[in-house]
Structures are given as structure tokens and as C-alpha cells.
Design a protein around this ligand. Structure first.
Ligand SMILES: Nc1nc2c(ncn2[C@@H]2O[C@H](COP(=O)(O)OP(=O)(O)OP(=O)(O)O)[C@@H](O)[C@H]2O)c(=O)[nH]1
Ligand SMILES: [Mg+2]
Length: 436
């Protein structure tokens, strides 16, 4: 398989900057790629971003840069190259031939981390399916590669070292294994589906915790429910969903599930392979989205999460947004972070899972969003009518207020039967109730 061979291989990172892409976005991605490489067990010895007018179909980067990489390899400066862009089988093969080093892309690093972190049977099945899917087209090219280097290449596992007939045999074996895996994964899906049906019979609502990798999802699950889920300063620490019961302040219970983290450029193979797991999100009654408020890339991360939620048909579910890690922000930067996010998520709840800050507010928001009869309101209360806000607070909830010209704008909720009382102040008209 495609693995980083020894735990401390020295990796050199390569990215490209295309016209129309913001340099900061690529810089951010390169930082993340370094985190991914380290999480996979490599040591990052350097990195370089090449400005290009387009992607070279044969090598990704220009020949001049390829030769510079080869010289560095000859000097012994690194063991392997990791590209920020996904490589076609052809680009990958050509680069390996020219640089005379192993070349991995973002997908392969993520696959490697997933393979290291999968702990349950279900997780392992899904990772194996994704890896074989990725491997198959690369295996086809392995024969051509072998012919060119005279079959000298060893150690890169299934991507090299086969003769033409052997490749055919190997391909057939992989296809057979993929079919078996599909069947097993289908069984897992059915089991999960039955579990969920059972839960529904118990009439408990379910909430899925989603968010960018390392945002603090598992920490939050642990704090809220006392679950002993592994939480660490590592990307993709969680691959296998854990479900725990959460008791809401009013005594109602909810089932809370921790899920695999999202990341930008999440390989589609992986999203597909993790369908069984990600259906926890698709079928949840409520989505709890955790953001890392201390990350400078919080907005891009939110964008990624939105995209994946849309893929999972979960973008329109009732949602609670928690802006986590506010303990890392000073008061000024906290205000900045909150206001930067306010456009996208006006009702985001600032929290710190590790410091247990904002937990009461978060539970209240979860309580409200998981009620069937809650109607979300956005109202403008004129000065002098503050009693309206007090009333809304009493019978429902006020999540956020803002002083604007002409009064106080407030976001909150009221039980459906009482929502009409606030209609005259409504900014948008009543939004549909969760689940309605
Ligand atoms: N300072 C601070 N750190 C936090 C907070 N919440 C979580 N962390 C840290 O962030 C890191 C990641 O937390 P996890 O809970 O593992 O994150 P996750 O979202 O489950 O990550 P994956 O499972 O890898 O997708 C850990 O080192 C946590 O201790 C917080 O409120 N403040
Ligand atoms: Mg986790």
C-alpha cells in the first residue's frame, strides 16, 4: 500500500498558485498540508509554492522546478515529495521518474492518516475501499513505469514491481475485493439504519456534531455527555462515530453523535467510502456545527463545512452553531471573530469546550432547535418597546441582539402558538420551524 515507510521520513511540500487563487488561501492550505504530513508521521523539511498560469498535465509543475527538485533529492535534502494538489496517475508517475523520489498527493496523505486512525471494523472497511479505489488506476500505470526503470523499483508496494500478466491478475483481485467490501459496507449501512430506526422508536431526537477537523467536536461531546472519546491535537483523530445520550436542561433527552471531521479538498473517494458513517449526519434531526473560532481560516473552514453538508443533504436541517476555543482569544479578537462570523451565523454561540464556557447557552440553543414547535424570529424592536424583548426571552429565547438605527434587532425563537405576537416586529416573516 501507499505508506510513508519509516515514521520519520523527510517530506518536501510542493504547491501551485494559479491565477484567480488568493495567495493567502494557498499559504493556509500549505500550512494544513504540513499538519497533515506530520499527522501521517513525516517530518516536513521544506516547502515551495510555484506560481503558474495553468496546471502542467504531465508534471503538474514546470520542468525547471522538476529538475530543481531532482537536484535537491540528489543532495539528500528529502525522502519524499507531497503535493498540495491531487495528482493524476500520469503526473504522479512522471514526477516520480524525474525526481527519483516517492511523490504523494493530498488525497494519499489523508488516506494514510485515515488508515492509521481507523479503529473499528466499519472504519477499516471504509478506508480500505477508498484506498483500493484510489490505487486501481495507478496500478494500471505501474507496468509502464517498471519498464522504464527496468523493474528496479521496490518498496512502494502495490504501485510497482509487477509484470504485465501479474498486473492483470492484481487488478482482478482488487476488483473482487472491492466488490466484497461494497457488500460488507452495505451491511454496515443496514445495521446503522436499523440502529437509527430503533432510536427513533425510542422517540429520541438525534443530533450530529459536525465541523472541520480539529475544531473540538470530540471534546465537546465528552464535556456534554461524559463520553470518553479520544480528543487530540491531531487531524482526523475521530473516524468512528460515537453516540451518547445528552440530557437537556428541561430534562428532555437527545442522542448526540460525534462524526469524522471535514477538510477542504476532502477526496471524493473518501466521502463516498464514508457514506455509512456520514449518513449519521444525513439522518440526524439536528446538526451541531463546531467552528474553531481561534483559527485564522475559520471562514474558509465554515465554507468547506457548508459544502460538505450540502453534499450530505444536511444543509437545511435545524442547526446550532458553536464558535469554539474562544478561550484562546482576547476580548478584542473575540469581538472581531464573532462579528466576522455574524453575517454567516448570526446566532452562533461562543463557547470553550475545554474551559466549559458557554455550555448553558449552547444547551439552551440545542434545546430550542430540537423542539418541533419552535419558530425562529428575526425582529426589530423600536426603542421604548423593550418589553417585547423581555417577553420573547420569557416564553422562548433571544440568541443575539444588535443595536441598529431605529431600535434593537434580535434573533430568537418562540413557540409556534405564540409567534404571531411578534409578527408586527418581524424582519423576515417567520422562518419555518425546525423539521417542518
Ligand atoms: N484551547 C482550546 N482547545 C480546545 C478546545 N476544544 C478543543 N480543544 C483542543 O483542540 C484539539 C482537537 O480537539 P478534538 O475534540 O479532538 O477535535 P475534533 O473536532 O474531534 O477533531 P477530529 O476528530 O480530528 O476531526 C484538542 O487538542 C483539544 O484539546 C477549546 O475550547 N479551547
Ligand atoms: Mg474528533
Amino acid at each position: 500500500m501507499i505508506t510513508t515507510r519509516s515514521p520519520r521520513e523527510r517530506a518536501y511540500l510542493v504547491g501551485i498558485l494559479l491565477p484567480g487563487t488568493a495567495p493567502e488561501a494557498v499559504r493556509e492550505q500549505m500550512g494544513e498540508l504540513a499538519d497533515l504530513a506530520r499527522t501521517a508521521g513525516a517530518e516536513v523539511v521544506g516547502s515551495d509554492v510555484h506560481r503558474r498560469s495553468d496546471v502542467d498535465p504531465a508534471h503538474l509543475i514546470g520542468m525547471g522546478k522538476v529538475e530543481a527538485l531532482r537536484d535537491m533529492k540528489l543532495e539528500g535534502e528529502f525522502d519524499l515529495v507531497i503535493c498540495n494538489e491531487d495528482l493524476s496517475p500520469r503526473q504522479q508517475r512522471n514526477l516520480e521518474l524525474q525526481v527519483k523520489a516517492r511523490v504523494l498527493d493530498r488525497t494519499e496523505i489523508i488516506l494514510e492518516i485515515f488508515a492509521q486512525h481507523a479503529r473499528t471494523h466499519e472504519g477499516r472497511l471504509q478506508v480500505e475501499a477508498a484506498r483500493l479505489h484510489h490505487l486501481l488506476p495507478r496500478l494500471i500505470g505501474a507496468y509502464a513505469y517498471d519498464r522504464q526503470v527496468g523493474g528496479r523499483r521496490g518498496g512502494v508496494g502495490a504501485r510497482g514491481g509487477f509484470g504485465e500478466q501479474q498486473i492483470e491478475v492484481e487488478r482482478r483481485r482488487i476488483r473482487r475485493r472491492m466488490r466484497d467490501l461494497d457488500r460488507e459496507i452495505e451491511q454496515v449501512r443496514n445495521q446503522r439504519h436499523q440502529q437509527r430506526t430503533g432510536r427513533r422508536r425510542a422517540e429520541l431526537k438525534t443530533a450530529a456534531i459536525v465541523g472541520y477537523t480539529n475544531a473540538g467536536k470530540s471534546t465537546l461531546l465528552n464535556v456534554l455527555t461524559g463520553a470518553g472519546v479520544r480528543a487530540e491535537q491531531k487531524l482526523f483523530a475521530t473516524l468512528d462515530p460515537t453516540t451518547r445520550k445528552l440530557e437537556l436542561p428541561a430534562g428532555r433527552e437527545l442522542l448526540l453523535t460525534d462524526t469524522v471531521g471535514f477538510i477542504q479538498k476532502l477526496p471524493t473517494d473518501l466521502v463516498a467510502a464514508f457514506r455509512a458513517t456520514l449518513e449519521e449526519v444525513t439522518e440526524a434531526d439536528l446538526v451541531i456545527q463546531v467552528l474553531d473560532g481561534s483559527s485564522p481560516a475559520v471562514d474558509e473552514q465554515a465554507e468547506t463545512v457548508e459544502r460538505i453538508l450540502a453534499d450530505l443533504d444536511a444543509a437545511d436541517k435545524p442547526r446550532v452553531v458553536a464558535m469554539n476555543k474562544v478561550d484562546l482569544l482576547g476580548p478584542a479578537s473575540r469581538r472581531r471573530a464573532v462579528s466576522a462570523l455574524a453575517k454567516r451565523y448570526p446566532a452562533a454561540v461562543p463557547i470553550s469546550a475545554t474551559q466549559r464556557l458557554g455550555m448553558a447557552e449552547l444547551l439552551q440553543a440545542i434545546d430550542r432547535a430540537s423542539r418541533d414547535d419552535a419558530v425562529q424570529l428575526e425582529i426589530l424592536v423600536p426603542y421604548g418597546r423593550e418589553g417585547v424583548l423581555a417577553e420573547l426571552r420569557k416564553i422562548g429565547g433571544v440568541e443575539r441582539t444588535e443595536y441598529v438605527e431605529g431600535g434593537t434587532r434580535a434573533w430568537g425563537w418562540a413557540p409556534r402558538h405564540a409567534a404571531r405576537r411578534f409578527e408586527t416586529f418581524s424582519q423576515k416573516g417567520a422562518l419555518p420551524a425546525p423539521g417542518a
